[in-house]
Design a protein around this ligand. Structure first.
Ligand SMILES: Nc1ncnc2c1ncn2[C@@H]1O[C@H](COP(=O)(O)OP(=O)(O)OP(=O)(O)O)[C@@H](O)[C@H]1O
Ligand SMILES: CC(C)(CO)[C@@H](O)C(=O)NCCC(=O)O
Length: 403
């Protein structure tokens, strides 16, 4: 099958000419993709979408090795899309490009280019599809790789609104493939927090993840999934909890009247959870020494809020902080039990709950270290919420999509 470097839309004619070389069940569409959505070198533009319960992540591969021939034969819509995506960092009212995460000089399917990372709320899918339509995506009739629950939920909408077929990939296959690719292509991707409880000494330190297996992958999205990963294609989902990033945001909005994740994190940064939680020392007057429970440990999350007097004194900031600490500690505790059960020492925390959220990362780092007596290590990745989107972009040339 034809798959030369430097070809994108020029392959339209070539693919059609080579139709006789294709397997008997595969049909070529007008744009050169195969009817079953599987192609060894799909046409540009290359997108990977992870449509989650809260956020939709879109990864766009911008080819940087375009030849003059290719540029001349490229359809106008494709040029416009490239310009629009790469010259802006805000799209509509709620779309953002995380320019600090951009990855230059990556090679995918023998093409060299830049990966761009874009996100918008999944609740804005209708507006996203209208925008895509207004930019001419309908004319391309392309197939887009997608993962996450929304790849199933919105499949019909993509066909109806933008004439796009989704090639669907499993969210955890995508997550693992994406994180391994990004980690291998960025030397500063993986890190841990040194001295997480000491504000003056606390620092992000690079971690060499070149010998990764086995590791526990804790994906903190709207909900939480815990995967034990033993090899690139060898993993199992060992646990999960519905008390995740969506719970934090939902409860925080209810308790403080805030409206965005950024606002919730800002409030939490200025708050003190000890005004809300009941600590071991509130119960014991100090440490519970016999069982090694220090006095400043939370004994009961929100445990002071049964008192009318205490309620009248807490601030929105305190409530936001207590919500963040409660959710984070619960996830940390589940992660630690899973790591223990699976006999795994490296615990990698990812997902957009950790976006702009050093409080939770440091809490997780401290809790994993403290409760495991130094045997487990909490690790983090810079592209925290984008691995599913990268993974499904990568898979569209190597794995047939799901039906
Ligand atoms: N700008 C934002 N808007 C909303 N939530 C955000 C934002 N930034 C970070 N978050 C946090 O990230 C969480 C979503 O994370 P992520 O995108 O990894 O999951 P998802 O794919 O939407 O969910 P799931 O995988 O469970 O379907 C939210 O619940 C919230 O806690
Ligand atoms: C349903 C998914 C997998 C969607 O990404 C995620 O939100 C999740 O793992 N939720 C937790 C479900 C549970 O195990 O209780």
């Amino acid at each position: 099958m034809h798959s030369c470097k430097g070809c994108s839309r020029t392959r339209i004619t070539n693919m059609a000419e080579n139709k006789k070389d294709l397997p008997p069940t595969a049909e070529v569409t007008m744009n050169g993709n195969l009817e079953n959505g599987f192609n060894d070198n799909p046409l540009m533009p290359w997108f990977g979408m992870d449509i989650g319960g809260t956020l939709c992540k879109l990864v766009y591969f911008e080819p940087k090795d375009i030849t003059n021939d290719e540029l001349n034969s490229e359809v106008e819509t494709l040029k416009n899309i490239r310009r629009y995506l790469t010259r802006n960092s805000a799209y509509g009212k709620t779309g953002h490009r995380d320019t600090h995460l951009q990855m230059n000089d990556v090679v995918i399917r023998d093409r060299r280019g830049t990966l761009h990372f874009i996100r918008f709320p999944t609740s804005e899918m209708g507006n996203f599809l209208s925008l895509a339509r207004s930019k001419g995506l309908t004319n391309l009739g392309n197939i887009v790789s997608a993962t996450g629950g929304g790849a199933y939920k919105f499949e019909e909408d993509f066909i109806k609104e933008v004439n796009m077929k989704l090639a669907k990939y499993d969210e955890f296959d995508s997550l693992i493939k994406g994180m391994l690719f990004v980690e291998a292509n960025s030397r500063t991707e993986c890190y841990y927090w040194a001295n997480p409880t000491d504000d003056t000494l606390c620092a992000k330190v690079n971690y060499d993840f070149s010998n990764p297996y086995p590791f526990l992958l804790v994906n903190i999205g709207s909900g939480v999934s815990v995967l034990a990963v033993h090899g690139p294609d060898n993993y199992k989902r060992v646990s999960g909890t519905s008390i995740g990033g969506g719970t934090f945001l939902g409860l925080c909005c209810l308790l403080t009247g805030c409206n965005t994740f950024e606002e919730a994190i800002e409030l939490a940064t200025g708050g003190d959870n000890t005004h809300v939680d009941k600590l071991v020392r509130d119960i014991y007057g100090g440490d519970y020494e016999r069982f090694g429970l220090p006095g400043d440990l939370v004994a009961s999350s929100f445990g002071q809020m049964n008192s009318r007097d205490k309620r009248s004194k807490v601030s929105r900031e305190d409530l936001a902080r207590a919500t963040l600490v409660t959710i984070t500690n619960n996830i940390g505790s589940i992660a630690r039990m899973c790591a223990l059960q699976e006999k795994i020492e490296k615990v990698l925390f990812i997902g957009n709950f950790l976006r702009v959220n050093p409080i939770s990362m440091k809490l997780l780092a401290y809790a994993m270290d403290y409760w495991s007596k130094g045997t487990m290590k909490a690790l983090f990745l810079e592209h925290e919420g984008y691995f599913g989107a990268v993974g499904c972009l990568l898979q569209c040339n190597e794995v047939p999509p799901q039906s």
